[in-house]
Structures are given as C-alpha cells and as structure tokens.
Design a protein around this ligand. Structure first.
Ligand code: ATP
Length: 289
C-alpha cells in the first residue's frame, strides 16, 4: 500500500475516514452533476432561477434533487407549493419530498415548526445541518443536484462547496445594476478561493417585458452581468427579463417553466438551461432508486 494521507488529516495517527464520512461520500458519489446557485446580493431571483432550473431538468427526464440551504429564509417550499410537507424519516435517514416526475426537494423549511420561526444558528451548526442534508437524505441516483444557497459568501455556500467538493459548479445570479454586479465579483473570487469552477453568470430581471405589447425595454438596464463575465473570464449564460408572470408563478407556488414554454422569458430560461442539460448527456444517464 502507498502512504497517501486520507485528505482529512496529515496522515499522523489517522484511522481513515469515519463511518459518517464514508456514508456522505457514498451518497455524493451517486449524484452525477452538482450545481450550486449563488448570488452576491439578496432578492436577485436566485431561488427563482434554482427552482426553474430544477424543474426544467426534471421535465427533460433528468433525475433531479433540489436542496434549499437558506437557513434564514427557505423559500423553495413556498415556490413549489410544498409548505407544510414533512419528510418521512426511516432508519435515521430522510426521504426528500417528491415534487412531480423526476423532482425531489429538501429544505429546512420542511423541518421548522412554522415558517414564522426565526432560526439563529452559528456557523458550525449550519455546517452540521447542511452535512445532514447531504448525508442523511436518501437522494438516490441523481443526474443533478441543484443547491439554492442564501445570498453572499457566508457559512452556507462555503459549507456546501466544501462538502460537495471541487466538482460542484457554481451558477451565479445577478441583476444588471452596478451594485449587484460588484457583489457578484466577490462571489466569483469566493469560488476561485474555495477551488470550485463557475459554470456561468445569469443576469436576471434584465429588461422589462411590457404586459401590453410583450416588447422588452431596458428601463432597469442590462449588460452588467455580461460585462462582468467578460472581465472575470467566466461564461455568460444569458439574461432573463423582468416578467410579471414570473412573480405570479412564484406567488401561486409553481415553477414558471412548468406552465410556460412560449414567449421571451421561457425562451431565455431555456437558452440558459440548454448547456447545463448537455452536462447530463456528457456524464451519462442514471436512474433513481
Ligand atoms: N425574472 C423575473 N421577473 C420578475 N420577477 C422576478 C424574476 N425573478 C425573480 N423575480 C421575483 O423577485 C422576487 C425575489 O426572487 P427570489 O426569491 O427568487 O430571489 P432570491 O435572490 O432567491 O432572494 P433571497 O435573497 O431572499 O434568497 C420574487 O418575488 C420573484 O418572484
């Protein structure tokens, strides 16, 4: 045998990875593509993008998990009409909530007594919770796991990227405004520091779709995300217009792409998702247990 250290120690007095670590690694090994959705700033539409991405992948026949690790404001249950669902626990492991064909969801929102409950957890506790979501949830064999993180570069995104490892790819959501773009620059640097590749930048709420004539006008500006992608050398995945139908879908609790396949917003979202879908073809198909 060689004398390589196991990765979590320097090799001295090491008895190898713990049982828990082995379970985590076995769980992760069954997930082909891991996408972590980040944003530098709150309210830019990160959860909306995560939910629509997961829905589109599932509708394309890919086994998809959607994990919401926003401890302070888990919004995925509400966006998918799953508030009030409780995961089944059996033999210390949790079943993700099924949200339709090929889509399984887990969120802290399912475990809190009520969505008015405030969560005050420090870094190590958040890390422990995220580890449990990755280790103790029966995700089974997945083509994709999409993780919706809280905004910024704090404990949750750091824990997620560290636990998922360097193969997890970040998708960064921004709006065209200068202030959001500055925050994204920090997210790009953060990913480089942690050692995870950036899949690309999505510019959301880019231009406004007129509800009367359907034309897109640039009242809120556009192009900031694209300029930033050029500057930082990461791919620009595309822009999604500001569309009242996206708000309505979120308020009514369904993914916009589940019911809309026509029009500029659906086309824009699908253009962004196309290269991500191609990742599944490259990694081969799988089937959930
Ligand atoms: N393209 C869009 N057009 C119109 N409204 C949008 C669009 N994208 C998101 N929204 C709306 O913006 C609001 C914020 O979206 P969302 O909750 O996805 O943002 P977030 O970045 O995840 O927020 P948080 O910082 O709270 O995690 C929601 O009301 C959502 O419906």
């Amino acid at each position: 045998m060689g004398d390589h250290a196991c990765g979590s120690c320097s090799g001295k007095d090491c008895s190898g990875p713990s049982e828990e670590e082995k379970i985590l690694q076995a769980n992760l090994a069954r997930i082909k593509n891991k996408i972590v959705v980040l944003s530098g700033k709150g309210g830019v539409g990160k959860s909306t993008v995560a939910v629509n991405l997961a829905q589109a992948l599932a509708m394309a026949g890919k086994k998809t998990g959607l994990l919401d690790v926003d401890v302070h404001g888990p919004s995925v249950p509400r966006l998918l009409s799953l508030s009030g669902e409780r995961p089944r626990v059996d033999a210390d492991r949790m079943e993700p909530i099924n949200a339709g064909p090929n889509l399984w969801v887990m969120s802290l929102g399912f475990l809190l007594p009520s969505n008015r409950e405030a969560v005050i957890w420090r870094g190590p506790v958040k890390m422990g919770m995220i580890k449990q979501f990755l280790r103790d949830v029966r995700w089974g064999d997945l083509d994709f796991l999409v993780v919706d993180c809280p905004p910024g570069t704090g404990d949750e995104p750091l824990s997620v990227l560290q636990l998922l490892g360097p193969e997890a790819k970040a998708l960064i959501v921004t709006t065209p405004q200068g202030v959001a773009v500055d925050d994204v620059r920090r997210s790009v640097t953060f990913c480089a520091d942690v050692g995870n590749p950036v899949l690309g930048i999505v510019e959301n709420m880019s231009g406004h779709i007129c509800s009367k004539c359907g034309e897109v006008d640039d009242v809120f500006g556009s192009g900031g995300g694209e300029a930033l992608a050029r500057e930082t050398g990461v791919p620009f995945l595309g822009r999604i217009p500001l569309d009242a139908e996206v708000v309505r879908a979120g308020d009514e609790g369904f993914a916009f792409l589940r019911v809309h396949q026509e029009g500029p917003t659906a086309q824009a979202m699908n253009r962004i998702i196309k290269p991500i879908l191609a990742m599944a073809e490259a990694s081969g198909e799988t089937g959930k247990e």
